[in-house]
Design a protein around this ligand. Structure first.
Ligand SMILES: [Zn+2]
Ligand SMILES: [Zn+2]
Length: 345
């Protein structure tokens, strides 16, 4: 049986197209998922423009942020059956044997392959998913919002697991893309105040959304000195700076903004290799933390937050489209007109 899928087919810019592909066969421990909604990630857009910093197994169907209905369950699957409404984690393949897999940090397994770059993803009618990746979702959570569980989990892991935020902490988020905005929301839920979100002139609409998500101050770094604003709140600097800019360069600024004994968490990345002055890290006793992906307990909490609409997920979805409109959905995000696009295959 055939279906249509958004396929990344070569390692060059704009090598993405809607193609006829085969509906996958499932193994005993997999389910075949009828995709209800799949949101477009900044990483999908990076792959489309060939500006990604991870290895991609072309040709591959894009899409790792998805929710849907179990259409068929493999023979050994006991916890899920046809008709169940679910979301899926992204670690499509892990070794299951290493220390990280055995301690629940399978998202960091060196053998990990994710949907949409290592394994066929969900920008198609059907996707094959190992049952261990699935989480049930309540009937009150529509697929168009449930698919956002993945970027929410990235932000939750960065701000609430890999960083420490106490109510009243001065928190700065660099980069108001979807991940930066969700990081800001997670910080707001944790009681960060002041909460400063930094962007550029092109980010005007995103900074507006940041305020609606709980930022107490937004800064256009092309018009104002971020350092002056932060030091206006506390001359020592910020308790936590989250770099969600998707570039390497702002790490310098993040290290400069952190207070002595403060933290910097880096969640955005890019292929740029840049010289950085890391001396403030030592001189100020700063904790520099990378944050990658997410695991089971993060997802369970995020599904609850989404179901209760505590993160205001509807504020970040700017465009909903059938699969045939994938290009406009990608371009809207690339050009900054849309924070997040959602495809309904
Ligand atoms: Zn994503
Ligand atoms: Zn492993």
């Amino acid at each position: 049986m055939n279906q249509h899928g958004v396929v990344h087919f070569a390692l060059e810019p704009l090598a993405v197209e809607l193609r006829e592909v085969i509906v996958p066969e499932i193994g005993d421990t997999d389910v075949l998922l009828r995709v209800g909604a799949v949101s477009v990630c900044g990483s999908d857009v990076h792959q489309a423009y060939n500006t990604h910093s991870w290895p991609v197994n072309v040709p591959v169907i894009l899409g790792h942020e998805f929710a849907g209905t179990v259409a068929k369950a493999g023979r050994a699957v006991t916890r899920f059956r046809e008709g169940d409404r679910v979301v899926s984690e992204t670690a499509a393949e892990v070794c299951g044997e290493c220390m990280l897999c055995r301690t629940g940090l399978y998202n960091l397994c060196p053998a990990r392959k994710g949907f949409g770059y290592g394994i066929d993803g969900a920008m198609a009618s059907y996707v094959k998913v190992p049952a261990r990746c699935l989480h049930r979702i309540p009937d009150t959570l529509p697929f168009e919002l449930a698919c956002l569980a993945e970027p929410h989990s990235v932000a939750y892991n960065a701000m609430l697991v890999n960083s420490t935020i106490r109510p009243g902490d001065l928190v700065v988020v660099l980069g108001p893309g979807p991940i930066g905005l969700l990081c800001a929301r997670m910080a707001a839920l944790a009681g960060a105040n002041p909460l400063i979100v930094v962007g550029l002139t092109a980010d005007a609409a995103r900074l507006e959304t940041a305020s609606r998500l709980g930022a107490t101050r937004t800064v256009n770094a092309q018009e104002e000195s971020v350092e002056a604003v932060v030091r206006g709140f506390n001359p020592l600097g910020a308790d936590l700076v989250c770099d969600a800019s998707g570039a390497s360069r702002p790490l310098d600024l993040a290290l400069a903004l952190a207070r002595p004994d403060g933290q910097v968490t880096k969640v955005g990345w890019s292929p740029d290799l840049i010289p950085v002055n890391i001396n403030p890290l030592v001189q100020k006793n700063v904790r520099l933390q990378g944050s990658f992906s997410h695991n089971f307990p993060v997802w369970e909490r995020v599904i609850h937050l989404l179901d209760r609409r505590l993160t205001h997920p509807e504020l970040i979805v700017g465009l909903t489209s059938p699969l045939t409109g994938w290009r406009a959905a990608f371009d809207g995000m690339h050009e900054g007109r849309v924070i997040k696009s959602v495809l309904i295959p």
